[in-house]
Design a protein. Sequence first.
Length: 323
Amino acid sequence: MMPKLRHMLRDDDITHAEQKQILDLGMKFWKNRYYSRPFEGPQGVAILFDKPSTRTRTSFSVGVAELGGYPLVIDKSGSQLGRGEPVEDTSRVLSRMNSAIVWRTFGQDLIERMAQYSSVPVINALTDDFHPCQILADFLTIAQHCKSTDLKGKTIAYVGDSANNMAHSYLLGGAVAGMNVRIAGPLGFLPREDIADDARARAAETGGSILVTTDPQEAVKEADCVFTDTWVSMGEEEDYELKSNLFWDYQVNAELMSLAKPDALFQHCLPAYRGKEVTSEIIDGKQSVVWDEAENRLHAQKALLTWLVAQQRGDESLLGETA
């Protein structure tokens, strides 16, 4: 493998074959958490947080340690970035001292600038536009339950606030996988059209399909997996009551879930608000795999980190045997 610096800034930064390779690797980490240790040394991985986090902070910190590395966790308030240092300067410094950079931030333009000036792989741990690490964990969860990382032809439905980063990433990640992706939300809360167009173009290449609708029943009908997210994103909590009034028809409850396939899975990226976007009956029921999904952040992100450094180093041995 010839060395090539790769980043994961949005879900379509990888091909269908590469996504499957990462999921295959995620399955290996799921079965053996110490399957590969590319950061043995330990080598540092800078993990930056501009937003609060539980699952992302825990999964990347533990994951880097299990990969043999040192997780250098930096909050915005404790860095010069928080005092106005240019992203470009921070990127140059961090990439000289670390083997990868992970950043949970706001604008997509910020992480793109970080990657532009970095000499090591940069991973989007969540921006306002995309959440690719979550989608890899979600797809790994489906793969575990259907016992195959070939997800072509699977139908997934996301209902709720569809103008957020999760809806955008399901569109792109699902299109890369060759899935039939259905997104449902109220008018005014649908995905950005340019992102939906990108997803349609990729789906045309992989054999998938894209549906954006205001009808939650149309989206969920015969779906293999149903997803939702909180109706109010971080920083919008004061608007919860006003905004949530628009979404009651999109609540994942027994009636809506009954339209999916009998063995359909339910996933939620968490934190969840029972009685709002999902009922307790569903999230705590037999179709829910949210705890598998949460754990899979660890396995999927270790797979992604390993895959990215393997590309950079031109070292296929880090990947082991992949299907």
